[in-house]
Design a protein around this ligand. Structure first.
Ligand code: GP9
Ligand code: MN
Length: 410
């Protein structure tokens, strides 16, 4: 009957942070283009391999964008699909399995649904088989109007590598598809080339590999560099086709690319031991919000608030002028002056402004060393509550009762 939603509702109301009044609606009626950058971790930003920049275009774009450098992925076993789930719902994914498979029949109050109610044409663009991660089914529940999948692209052996279509032709064909979309549109694009095992054709290798015992890490830099090139060409084409000015472009890394199996090679690259603290910090993924007319021409800013993918939905909806005051969400608008420095991982690890709690140990960010547990203690309860409430919503399909929310709170 939805009575379980009462406590959750109270918690969410008590934690609501209001949008910044100058940012709210700053991109109203613009197209929203979200790009999920496959396996992109933040440590490659402003970094190099033997003097070769890994992300030259993104490094430049950051000056023309809001760039969040303390932004964490929060995915679990559902990988890319979990990041999509976080983006759309501002709920945590599940501790086991992929919510895209286990709860695709639930009712959701997703960003796609809200934007399509506002008159946006909503879609996902991904040049893979539509049923991968059960997307074709889940996207209906999330309220997407259309899914541009493998059958909407011209995919050939020449324009493919590894998992499928290469990012450069993917972006190119996607912009042509955008020209046919009803405006304004919201589309979420999912790249593919920078995916394990990070294979590339020789002609697409713009930098040389790293040299360590991990072929995975060695190749990773070259596929990241390729993706960076693809994003560069994408921006150029958006400009050439006249879509750029009327759009905002948001890009984030979906999850890690280099697992803990490669700690030895990673520590060689970073020049320090990969402790549990460092491992947690490696879960940072870039978040870049580019707003033509606002952040371009060097008017960008690096923002170091601790945040996660759960914050995307309220942040983006507020930029488009959509209220989220009555939404069941665990994220907070990143531009809100009241945003809290806090990120929870699915395994219970959490990050605050000064501390990292992981592997049952409290670490100081400053010293990178374990400190007394009491420093982390105040956040343990909040972490548990959020994961628990989020699980309850998903497992009980509680958003079914959302319509009655006003009644619940009386
Ligand atoms: C597959 C792509 C990659 O369609 O999203 O999936 P991942 O393995 O990263 O979840
Ligand atoms: Mn992925």
């Amino acid at each position: 009957d939805g009575s379980e939603l009462i406590d959750i509702d109270n918690y969410i109301k008590a934690n609501y942070v209001k949008p910044d009044k100058d940012m709210f609606g700053i991109a109203e009626n613009k197209n929203l283009i979200v790009v999920s950058l496959e396996s992109l971790q933040n440590f490659v930003i402003h970094n190099d391999v033997y003097g070769q920049e890994v992300t030259p275009f993104l490094n430049e774009l950051i000056n023309d964008s809001y760039y969040f450098d303390q932004f964490y992925h929060q995915t679990g076993q559902g990988k890319t699909s979990d990041s999509e789930f976080l983006l759309e719902n501002s709920l945590y994914p599940l501790g086991r399995g992929a919510v895209f498979f286990t709860h695709s029949g639930n009712e959701y109050d997703a960003m796609a649904k809200k934007l399509s109610e506002k008159g946006y044409f909503t879609s996902t663009m991904h040049a893979n088989n539509k049923s991968f991660w059960n997307r074709d089914i889940m996207y209906q529940s999330l309220g997407y109007n259309y899914f541009y999948s493998a059958s909407d692209y011209e995919i050939t052996p020449e324009n493919s590598v590894g998992w499928g279509m290469k990012d450069i032709p993917f972006f190119e064909q996607s912009v042509d598809l955008m020209k046919t979309m009803k405006k304004p549109f919201y589309t979420k694009m999912i790249t593919l080339t920078n995916h394990h095992p990070f294979k590339l054709d020789d002609e697409d290798k713009f930098i040389s590999e790293y040299d360590s015992k991990s072929g995975t890490l060695n190749r990773y830099f070259t596929t990241v560099r390729y993706m960076d090139e693809a994003v560069k060409e994408f921006f150029q084409k958006l400009k050439d086709e006249g879509i750029y000015e009327n759009s905002i472009i948001v890009m984030y890394g979906d999850h890690y690319g280099i697992s803990e199996n490669h700690n030895e090679a990673m520590s060689q690259y970073l020049g320090k031991e990969v402790t549990p603290f460092v491992s947690a910090q490696l879960q940072r993924v870039p978040l870049i919000i580019h707003i033509p007319g606002v952040t371009d021409n060097g008017k960008g800013k690096t923002i170091s608030k601790v945040a996660g993918q759960i914050d995307l939905k309220p942040t983006l909806l507020h930029l488009l002028g959509v209220n989220t005051k009555n939404d069941i969400q665990f994220g907070e608008d990143l531009f809100s002056p009241d945003h809290h420095d806090f990120a929870v991982f699915r395994d219970g690890t959490f990050i605050t402004k000064d501390y990292v709690y992981t592997d049952s140990t409290c670490y100081s960010k400053e010293s990178e060393q374990p400190v007394e547990d009491s420093f982390c203690e105040p956040y343990k309860e909040k972490t548990k509550t959020e994961l628990d409430y989020s699980d309850k919503i998903i497992n009980g399909d509680l958003l079914r009762f959302y319509e009655n929310r006003e009644e619940l709170s009386q």
